[in-house]
Design a protein around this ligand. Structure first.
Ligand SMILES: *Cc1c(COP(=O)(O)O)cnc(C)c1O
Length: 360
């Protein structure tokens, strides 16, 4: 067996400890004689898994009692429709467009009402976060929407926008549990778990209880109403049981790593190694404004397409996988999520130094 350093943006690296635990429990989960994959979601064993998973997430994020935790399928992309269907009471919403995912959410919402783009960084290929301290928030906006960490472009909101009293809804897919958050600042935050938490196929949403109502757009399917999940502990239908189990294991791992404070320190250390190198490199350079750099996704280029391709090919041969940038951007991108070990980043930088010497 040989494991590579996997810099994929998602589905992404998981903690090796967690994979080994899952392996050990694969055939017989704690004396049940079956795998979690084979278990009824109505069983006592699974009931304990989902309960513990939610409790651990609440503890990690210090989620107040007046927020619900929902486990849903359909990926982060389904939320682009569910959010307007559940929250557009005035049929108006404000979106801040800082990348492809925010743009997709903005476009999808247009099917359901009047959607205003109140800020954007598209003028400079999403390489920065716009000033959001005094936005033209619409008087009748049902919510203000952001994508907090832009997976493709590598920017992150270091400060949340001033929503002028409107509810903030945030897509945290690629920065979920990467550092402490103040949940009370959000009406809803949500993320696909395949970036920083678990296997693909699930979204976790944290939503303020009073926002979860029956008052949704006409025609909203049962399975797309947050209330359906909230009223049934996310088990109105069969949830993604195995994914919930794996997320639970990752939550426990994060606790052993010192919780979100520990995670932040670990992530800052890794990101600093890579950014410090990029800042002094004569060959490679980062593509985003320094103040807005993401701790999770680090895009960089050589400035020469052929050399970029050579780097991607040679890095792969050396055991660094998935460093190719997003197909819409080109260049390279290293996603250094929670589970990427420090050693992975150190070795990548060593490799980049060597490549620089050979190719300057
Ligand atoms: C990956 C990603 C998505 C899309 O996730 P799916 O689960 O594939 O729908 C949405 N938002 C962000 C920020 C992402 O990184």
């Amino acid at each position: 067996m040989s494991r590579v350093y996997n810099f994929s943006a998602g589905p992404a690296v998981l903690p090796e400890e967690v994979l080994k635990e899952a392996q050990a429990e694969m055939l017989d989960y704690r004396g049940t004689g079956m795998s979690v994959m084979e278990m009824s979601h109505r069983s006592k064993a699974f009931d304990e898994i989902i309960d513990q998973t939610e409790a651990d997430l609440r503890k990690l994020m210090q989620i107040p009692d007046n927020y619900k935790v929902l486990f849903m399928q359909g990926g982060a992309s389904l939320q682009f429709a569910m959010i307007p269907m559940n929250f557009m009471k005035n049929k108006t919403a404000d979106y801040i467009v800082t990348g492809q995912w925010a743009k997709k959410a903005y476009q999808e919402a247009q099917k359901y009402g009047k959607v205003n783009k109140i800020a954007s960084s598209e003028d400079k290929t999403f390489s920065y976060i716009p000033d959001c301290s005094d936005l033209p928030v619409s008087e009748d906006a049902d919510y203000v929407y952001i994508c907090e960490n832009n997976t493709i472009y590598g920017t992150k909101f270091k400060e949340l926008p001033d929503t002028k009293g409107k509810i903030l809804i945030s897509d945290v897919s690629s920065c979920f549990l990467s550092e402490p958050v103040d949940v009370t600042k959000y009406g809803m935050l949500y993320g696909g778990v395949q970036k920083n938490i678990g296997p693909a196929g699930m979204v976790i949403a944290v939503i303020r209880e009073d926002l979860i109502t029956d008052d949704v757009l006409p025609g909203t399917p049962t399975m797309m109403q947050y209330k359906t999940y909230a009223d049934n502990r996310s088990m109105y239908n069969t949830p993604n049981c195995y994914c919930i189990y794996m997320c639970g294991k990752v939550f426990q791992w994060i606790m052993r790593m010192g919780g979100l404070e520990g995670m932040k320190a670990h992530n800052e250390k890794k990101a600093a190694i890579l950014y410090d190198f990029l800042d002094q490199s004569r060959l490679f350079k980062g593509t985003v404004v320094k103040e807005d750099r993401s701790l999770m996704n680090v895009p960089f280029v050589t400035g020469d397409k052929d050399l970029d391709a050579k780097f991607v090919a040679e890095s792969k041969a050396a055991g660094f996988e998935n460093l190719k940038g997003h197909r819409t951007v080109g260049g390279m991108r290293a996603s250094i999520y929670n589970a990427m070990p420090l050693e992975g980043v150190e070795k990548l930088v060593d490799f980049m130094k060597k490549f620089e010497e050979e190719n300057l």
